[in-house]
Design a protein around this ligand. Structure first.
Ligand SMILES: NC(=O)c1ccc[n+]([C@@H]2O[C@H](COP(=O)([O-])OP(=O)(O)OC[C@H]3O[C@@H](n4cnc5c(N)ncnc54)[C@H](O)[C@@H]3O)[C@@H](O)[C@H]2O)c1
Ligand SMILES: Nc1ncnc2c1ncn2[C@@H]1O[C@H](COP(=O)(O)O)[C@@H](O)[C@H]1O
Ligand SMILES: O=P(O)(O)OP(=O)(O)O
Length: 264
């Protein structure tokens, strides 16, 4: 597979580039700071770390939003992140809100994807409730690997005002996290959307992040054909085509919703 790690010099440049981006976004929006969801995972931990560095911890607010299926370990890690970074945070249970949605529309009961996505969307609503009320912007935590294959909930965790780590592949997220001092147990943690019990990104996507990152860098974001990518990475062409299919099939999630062309 490809070695996508940054050099030490690049790591420091990335750190400065992203912290400047967060500062510029908040300044341009004329808001007083930022809010983000903390899941105990590495993406939100890295964004929280860079945001507190960029804005000062007093200007970053964390929301820890447990669901019935959330692991206690992840939720206590999320609180540990906020405490270590000395940012204010709140803990709000999302399940009563999801239950209210299912009382209104019981047909979706038992549909773990629809209900899981509803959990992600309830979190988005809570992020914006706080952001509106406190004049803050919502920081996204999505990385390039997730975005490219649509591994996020449309208008759920995808409902944000900017994507500070949106250009980083997953391996680079972990590397930058270690560089800025995120504890190793968080930097190495298995990625999970946490929308249902025992979910992991790699199981659900059917491809490891190592392979996904390499295919994205080489073929989807890079210049090589399916055949050349398969040869270079010593994998079969079907895997490259599968990732290409995920990329193409999720284009609608990365675009502004279309409207008909204006009539003359
Ligand atoms: N980062 C994470 O780890 C993370 C977080 C949340 C969700 N997820 C994962 O993301 C996935 C989200 O599920 P999903 O993608 O089925 O739901 P989604 O709601 O994100 O997207 C599906 C919806 O998009 C619309 N849609 C579908 N095809 C379309 C098209 N061609 N053009 C326009 N609109 C279209 C429809 O409204 C459809 O209901 C799940 O696999 C979930 O586990 C991952
Ligand atoms: N339990 C959670 N509390 C707060 N914010 C959460 C929680 N779970 C997820 N989030 C937010 O959504 C993104 C994406 O989540 P994945 O775990 O990658 O699906 C996460 O970074 C948090 O900002
Ligand atoms: O988005 P997060 O913080 O939950 O990270 P991961 O996707 O690695 O669980």
């Amino acid at each position: 597979m490809l070695d996508l790690r940054f050099s030490e010099d690049e790591l420091e440049r990335r750190r400065e580039h992203i912290t400047a981006f967060i500062r510029d976004q908040v300044d341009a929006a004329g808001t007083g700071g930022a809010v983000l969801g903390l899941s105990g995972g590495i993406d939100s931990t890295l964004v929280a770390s860079l945001a507190t560095e960029a804005l000062g911890p007093e200007n970053v607010y964390g929301l820890v939003l447990p669901a019935r299926v959330s692991s206690e370990g992840n939720m206590s890690d999320a609180e540990r992140v906020a405490q270590d970074l000395e940012m204010s945070y709140d803990v709000i249970e999302v399940e009563p809100i999801v239950d209210a949605l299912l009382s209104a529309y019981p047909e979706a009961e038992g549909d773990h994807v629809a209900v899981g996505n509803a959990r992600a969307r309830v979190r988005g609503v809570l992020n914006y409730l706080v952001a509106n009320h406190e004049s803050r912007m919502v920081l996204g935590t999505g990385n390039r690997s997730e975005a490219a294959v649509g591994y996020f909930t449309k208008y759920g965790d995808g409902a944000v005002d900017c994507h500070p780590i949106g250009n980083l592949y997953k391996a680079q997220v972990r590397q930058l996290a270690r560089h800025v001092g995120v504890p190793e147990d968080l930097a190495a943690k298995t990625a999970t959307a946490g929308l249902w019990a025992d979910q992991t990104d790699e199981d659900e996507m059917g491809v490891s992040y190592e392979t996904l990152d390499s295919i994205l860098a080489t073929h989807v974001d890079g210049p090589l054909s399916v055949a050349a990518t398969a040869r270079l990475l010593e994998i079969d062409e079907e895997t490259v085509e599968k990732v290409r299919g995920m990329y193409e099939g999720s284009a609608h999630k990365r675009q502004v919703p279309p409207a008909p062309e204006p009539l003359d």
